[in-house]
Design a protein around this ligand. Sequence first.
Ligand code: SF4
Length: 319
Amino acid sequence: MEYSFELALCATLERETDWILARQLGAAVADPGQRVIDVVGVVPGPEFDARAEITAETIPAAAIEADVGVGRARRPETAFDCHPQRRESAVEAALDCGFFERERVDGHDAVRQTTRYPDDWVGELVGIENKPDLDRPGELARQLRIDASLALFDRVVLATASHVTRAHCNRLPDPVGVWEFDPETGERTVVRDPEQLPVDEPGIEPLGDASDHTEVAVVERREKRRRRRRVAERAYGKGWRPAQYPACAHCVPDDDGLPYCTAFERVVAPNEDCGEHCPRRDPADPPDLDPHRLRADRTPWVAEPSGTTRRQAGLDRFW
Ligand code: SF4
């Protein structure tokens, strides 16, 4: 239920806003594995178009953070402060997506940025936790406590299909907003607006509950800025629709690209529900749907940007 709820909410937000939406992203800093948020909305900032022009994919964090600029080519060995394997994969990915270009300097491979990284492309980050049924809250309290205390997102919202009572609201951290959402009709009701969180201040990340106290880590501004940029980059490259649709005659995606199954009469999770283990599977070509085209038509994300790579000097002679 949570999967179809989540996809339906993303489809509604895509229609109602100009946000870049993605699902299931890491949202902690000191202990990155402890918090995965259901939906992230990136609100475009003033330099959004400059970011979109570079690549449709995620620009690797290590490439953005390396001491490589536009003006002078640098050898990766001196410009990156990370494990050589991570450095190599970041350089390759940055070259592939057109954020870096390669040069030879003094007989060595060197790289430079094809353009300045536009730091101001993110206006706000909105974090949304889905809990369709509030009678089964699971880890909700702990998750929202982390979000409110760490303040990685500008705003945090709980989205639910349940009727929200005053008692429910009282159990949530004050800054967390609440939406009631009907995944069948796409109707979204704002029960409580989220408050702006102090994203530019150091955050406190709860790490776990011992019997008599909660361990915490202080997350400095710089670390938070880096994580916010990583989340935004990941969201930009990832999106929210399934990466692959099942090769089954029963999969008939709806107008929003949700993978609807006619055999089970519901939206299915291709990675979990579909495959040879499914008793109703009817092998066929995957549905004729281009999720990238849908995304490009409905959001400011650019599927095929012109790119910022300059023509290589050596090739110019032949033009
Ligand atoms: S594999 Fe099963 S769940 Fe998936 S679309 Fe086909 S019938 Fe539906």
